[in-house]
Design a protein around this ligand. Structure first.
Ligand SMILES: Cc1ncc(COP(=O)(O)OP(=O)(O)O)c(N)n1
Ligand SMILES: Cc1ncsc1CCOP(=O)(O)O
Ligand SMILES: [Mg+2]
Length: 214
């Protein structure tokens, strides 16, 4: 059965963490602080390392009932029986991913403009990542930043639940919800935090409050 999806606070991992912290502990602390979904995103490691990390995170998340999404790599998602896959516009096509993963897996798609959003409306995806809302040093090979106006426009035409991603932190998290998204997706605001538990807790409080105003 497909895991239920709560997009409120979506952690996208990065292998780099603040000094003194360990990768798996950051993820666990963040989940304890309120992260509702975790994506394993690795760009520079071997397939073996990706697989080992995915397995370790899957094991960790199983006690918290938080789904694990794999970024880019359909083979790794299959190998560890992850809960889902996130694909971008340059990644493996949605149809192929759905055919191989089946109807019970979560599939998320990055949407970078209005045309992507209209095309995504024809797909049976589970969520879109509006990408990037703000420019960010974490990922420099992005489409131009959409800003809150762009995020609002995409949410107004999209039939799918959405998260905003890119440059999101405590000060602008509420504005993402106000632009119509169901949640926020962050890398550095949690992975690079000295205290990931607290960072997640503070972001979650802001999101829940912003959702109350919706
Ligand atoms: C939730 C979410 N949204 C967008 C992205 C970006 O995906 P993509 O454009 O494929 O870029 P990479 O992350 O693969 O560099 C994402 N990962 N997650
Ligand atoms: C993976 C990804 N996709 C679009 S922006 C981004 C990185 C977001 O990182 P941060 O939350 O540190 O700005
Ligand atoms: Mg990708």
């Amino acid at each position: 059965m497909k895991k239920s999806l709560d997009l409120s606070l979506y952690l996208v991992t990065d292998p780099q963490v603040a000094e003194g912290n360990s990768f798996l502990e950051v993820i666990e602390d963040a989940v304890k602080g309120g992260v509702t979904l975790v994506q394993l995103r690795e760009k520079d490691c071997s397939s073996r390392e990706f697989y080992d990390k995915a397995l370790a995170i899957k094991h960790l998340l199983s006690s918290y009932d938080v789904p694990l999404i794999i970024n880019d790599r359909l083979d790794i998602a299959l190998a560890v029986d992850a809960d889902g896959l996130h694909i971008g516009q340059e990644d493996i096509p949605y149809d192929v991913a759905r055919k191989i993963l089946g109807p019970d897996k979560i599939i998320g798609l990055s949407v970078e403009n209005k045309t992507d959003a209209l095309r995504a409306n024809k797909l049976d995806i589970d969520y879109i990542g509006i990408s990037p809302v703000f420019s960010t040093p974490t990922k420099i090979d992005t489409a131009p930043a959409l800003g809150l106006e762009g995020s609002r426009l995409i949410n107004s035409i999209s039939k799918h639940p959405s998260v905003g991603i890119g440059g999101i932190h405590l000060q602008n998290a509420a504005s993402i919800i106000a632009s119509g998204s169901d949640g926020i997706s962050v890398v550095s605001a949690i992975m690079m935090a000295k205290d990931p538990f607290r960072a997640a807790q503070e972001l979650k409080q802001i999101i829940l409050k912003a959702k109350d105003y919706e």
